[in-house]
Design a protein around this ligand. Structure first.
Ligand SMILES: C[S@@+](CC[C@H](N)C(=O)[O-])C[C@H]1O[C@@H](n2cnc3c(N)ncnc32)[C@H](O)[C@@H]1O
Length: 275
């Protein structure tokens, strides 16, 4: 029995050691974003004093430092290279920003990013896509994600800007520079029990929503009739839609498993997931 217990303990310890020594995935070489791109990334994400920004693979810290210095945000950078982390923390001290920003040496894939309201990254294209699941699992609806040069495939950007920059030639060999802005959508997939204005449905209604990232489609069951939804838009925790063939726009805010909304901005409606 004791031998059995001991071998179990040894096995668990070996597993823990194996997890610790797993090689860190290289998410991209150190190549700093030109300062003009940093400013554009932060402007497109509308960064402000209420934001907590996390730069994944923070290099010399320029994105987090600019976000704090120019836009008044707080945040941290996560970086795997010791000397870059040290340099960025020294710059934060020198610029009087150490109270609001910090740089940590860690693997970005294993870092808790749930505190972020803005994520920035300049990483390899495959890395950016490996992070999609992590973003959807950890980030709150409405969190903005800005990616320099590489898109999250299958995810429609809120904004997409292309420009030609001479500074980029020595970095990527071409002048073309891209900035993608995404907004983390709330999870709305499923059947919602809805309470609609009496003019829309007298009986309790049902909303059936299908979701693929920001794309949502579905139908409403109103007084026994199924009506398709039209012009469905989901941005963060805000949803709007129309009922096919009927007047009026429904808007709503998703709060976990409930939606509180208005029809044409004046008549309330609500819904609960799983009705
Ligand atoms: C292209 S640079 C971007 C630097 C900075 N974000 C900027 O835009 O100026 C990518 C950085 O990610 C870092 N990096 C690569 N893999 C990483 C990992 N697994 N965890 C944390 N940092 C990583 C690299 O050392 C490098 O400094």
């Amino acid at each position: 029995m004791i031998r059995f217990l001991l071998s179990g303990i040894v096995f668990c310890a070996l597993q823990a050691v194996a997890a610790d020594v797993q090689p860190v995935k290289n998410a991209g070489p150190y190549v700093p974003s030109p300062q003009s791109v940093v400013s554009d990334m932060l402007r497109y994400a509308d960064v402000g004093p209420g934001d907590f920004l996390v730069d994944l693979g923070s290099g010399d810290g320029r994105i987090v430092l600019t976000a704090a210095k120019v836009f008044g945000a707080r945040g941290f950078g996560v970086e795997i290279k010791d000397e870059l982390v040290k340099r960025a923390n020294e710059a934060a001290k020198l610029e009087g920003l150490a109270e609001r920003v910090e740089f940590i040496k860690a693997d970005l894939f294993k870092t808790d990013i749930s505190q972020a309201t803005v994520i920035t990254m300049y990483l390899l294209p495959d890395t950016v896509n490996l992070l999609k699941e992590k973003f959807l699992a950890e980030l709150r609806p409405g969190t903005r994600i800005v990616s320099h040069d590489y898109p999250l495939t299958g995810w429609i950007p809120e904004k997409y800007v292309q420009m030609e920059l001479e500074d980029k030639v020595q970095i990527s060999g071409v002048t073309t520079t891209l900035i993608y802005l995404y907004v983390v959508p709330a999870k709305v997939q499923g059947q919602w029990k809805a309470s609609m204005p009496p003019a829309v449905s007298r009986a309790p209604a049902t909303l059936l929503l299908k979701q693929q990232l920001t794309r949502v489609s579905g139908s409403a069951r109103l007084d026994g009739r199924d009506i398709p939804l039209e012009d469905v838009r989901l941005r963060g925790d805000r949803i709007t839609f129309k009922l096919a063939g009927r007047k009026g726009e429904f808007s709503g805010q998703i709060k976990g498993r409930s939606i509180e909304g208005m029809l044409d901005g004046k008549t309330p409606w609500s819904a609960t997931l799983g009705g």
